[in-house]
Design a protein around this ligand. Sequence first.
Ligand SMILES: NC(=O)c1ccc[n+]([C@@H]2O[C@H](COP(=O)([O-])OP(=O)(O)OC[C@H]3O[C@@H](n4cnc5c(N)ncnc54)[C@H](O)[C@@H]3O)[C@@H](O)[C@H]2O)c1
Length: 252
Amino acid sequence: MSGFLDGKTIVIMGVANKRSIAWGCTQAILDQGAKVILTYQNDRIKKSLERFVPDDLDLIECDVADDANVKQAFETIGNQYGKIDGVIHAIAYADKDTLTSGLVNTTKDGYDLAQNISAYSLIAVARYAQPVLNNPASILTLTYFGSTRAIPNYNMMGVAKAALEANVRYLASDLGENGIRVNAISAGAVKTLAVTGIKHHGELLKESESRTVDQKSVTTSEIGNVAAFLMSDLSTGMTGDVVYVDKGVHLI
Ligand SMILES: NC(=O)c1ccc[n+]([C@@H]2O[C@H](COP(=O)([O-])OP(=O)(O)OC[C@H]3O[C@@H](n4cnc5c(N)ncnc54)[C@H](O)[C@@H]3O)[C@@H](O)[C@H]2O)c1
């Protein structure tokens, strides 16, 4: 299909199933004509992807818990596909105790794990993607406004998202001279696998929906369309930004 991403190759990290925000991004980006390469965390996720991902989308393993895996994944991508034009990082994790027990009870291990997977990994991805990124190119991550507000039950993930957003600004500054932009979408609450780890997530989703401007939650396809724009040369003037795609929830 022809669109504003014709000729571009985009790596998307973080599709777990059809509900994933990264899957909404994948569909929007395919609709605009790009080639997409998906990375997956482990064999369990690979099996899930094989049930619905079309055969012409290539899958590459990348567990971001270890820098060596990130390095290996982008070397493989460079060897197999040459230069790429963008990376979407839609990855976050905190263990159940850390997510559910309140920030005051967060252990050092729980803190480190959540920061490593949810915030530090963007730095590793930017570092190892850099040699295979074109000029211009775009890196995008997904955040949530629990980074700047104390949202009930978001706990440690809010702290990790605050670090992630700071990473976006510093990486944008570091990589700008190579033509690499770095931005984040702050998405409204959507029912995905990751959200079900949050205590009382049903209430969070309901409250969030009621605070949108039209009482209808944002969809992964609406988030994906903004991601497609941010992957494209239509957004070469934007870097270091956090763009809200939450149907106005952050306004109130
Ligand atoms: N769902 C929401 O309401 C919402 C709102 C704002 C931001 N976000 C963010 O969007 C991003 C995507 O989450 P989602 O809601 O689509 O949920 P999801 O569960 O579909 O996706 C999370 C992904 O993270 C991956 N992941 C976790 N640990 C990993 C590791 N060690 N290595 C590689 N991948 C790993 C999982 O495999 C999964 O694909 C996350 O950063 C999340 O915080 C979600």
